[in-house]
Design a protein around this ligand. Structure first.
Ligand SMILES: [Zn+2]
Length: 376
């Protein structure tokens, strides 16, 4: 991830800190120092506590990562952001038991840590009297061992509890989906988990609204949107995963010859529905001129410039037999609006995001109609 620096590597996973991270340290020093009236000793407590908090977050993310690696899922990196940590798994397995173990492994780390701390406290008296967790979260820590112990204990309880809220994008949402998916089809399990998550978000938001909890309302919005996003991405994979590029691409796409001018490209853009143009030498694809490239080129080049001077040459075309889901994912990753389609070395058409959107909507409602048109 851009804008982050590497801290260390554990089990081949690079642990990185985002450059905005120091902001949260400053915030914590203000919160624990200035706002609580404890001055510099409070600020120092805030800084130490926050560093420990993020060490615990790293352990939580390592819990997910080690479980994922156990199932052969590659983990790229763990990034620490001001809002928490993210372990970047290459993919999330659809097997319920695997998703369940990976999702629960993070909160399980916090529960184990909390139990260890509780035993240390009860048996050996470490940390003195356990305090009311709410006073710790809102930051009134004295700079001493007992206070820090209480803070760390509270943080582990909070992280376990918060992440186990049964709603996407929380770990609890994945746990819930995995449990449902062991009894029903994956897409259906996701849909049920999404509605449960969104209903919970409404309840949390309403609670926040009635009690003047602005922070709770923000959390509710975050959960509501995260749940919707997970539902959409699973639906997209379910629908597009069954289709191929052949069922979606435009056969009547217009092309330009390499020696066509930028002026020609503008004329075509205005006269057709098309914005991106494959550049073809006869039937052979030699490049792609995107609308963005065309507009940028007009700033610097005269309209008579040939498109071959501007176009992208290393285009990775799709073939009609490619999975539509795979190509759509690549278009999203590489921010492409259109991909040329090539069969047997011959240019046959263009797949645009609009084509993908159209076929997605039809396939979601009447997949039977789609198979008919695809045969022609
Ligand atoms: Zn987690």
């Amino acid at each position: 991830m851009g804008g982050s620096i590497q801290l260390l590597t554990v089990r081949g996973i690079s642990i990185r800190m985002h450059l905005t991270f120091p902001l949260i340290l400053i915030w914590a020093m203000l919160q624990f120092g200035a706002f609580s009236g404890l001055g510099w000793s409070g600020a120092l407590f805030g800084a130490l506590a926050t560093l420990l908090l993020f060490a615990i977050v790293v352990l939580h993310e390592l819990g997910h990562s080690v479980a994922a690696q156990h199932y052969g899922v590659p983990v790229n990196e763990i990034v620490l952001l001001p809002i928490g940590g993210v372990a970047q798994l290459k993919y999330i397995p659809e097997k319920p038991i695997q998703e369940f173990v990976i999702a629960i492994a993070g909160p399980a780390v916090n529960i184990v840590l909390a139990v260890i701390l509780y035993v240390l406290n009860r048996v050996f008296g470490v940390g003195g009297t356990l305090q009311d967790p709410t006073t710790m979260i809102f930051g009134f820590g004295q700079l001493n061992v007992d206070s820090m112990f209480n803070y760390i204990f509270t943080v582990n309880l909070f992280l376990a509890g918060f992440n186990l809220i049964p709603a996407f994008p929380m770990d609890g949402g994945r746990v819930l989906r995995a449990l449902l998916a062991s009894r029903m089809e994956y897409g259906r399990a996701t849909a049920v988990a999404v509605s449960i998550g969104q209903s919970l978000a409404w309840l949390i938001g309403l609670w926040g609204f009635l009690n003047g909890g602005f922070f709770l309302i923000l959390i509710a919005i975050f959960i509501y949107m995260g749940a919707g996003y997970e539902g959409q991405s699973v639906e997209l994979r379910r629908v597009l995963g069954k289709l191929t590029v052949r069922q979606a691409y435009s056969r009547q796409a217009q092309t330009l010859a390499p020696n066509a001018s930028l002026r020609d490209a503008i004329d075509r853009t205005l006269q057709s529905l098309q914005a991106d143009f494959p550049i073809c030498d006869g039937e052979r694809l030699v490049g792609l001129l995107t609308n963005k490239q065309l507009v940028q080129a007009l700033d610097r080049h005269p309209p008579e410039t040939p498109v071959s001077a501007i176009m992208t040459r290393d285009v990775q075309p799709a073939t009609p037999g490619d999975s539509l889901f795979d190509v759509q994912q690549r278009m999203t990753e590489q921010q492409l609006d259109a991909v040329p389609v090539v069969e047997g070395g011959r240019f046959v058409g263009l797949l645009t995001l609009r084509d993908v959107g159209e076929v997605f909507r039809i396939a979601s409602t009447r997949p039977d109609l789609l198979t008919e048109t695809a045969r022609t």
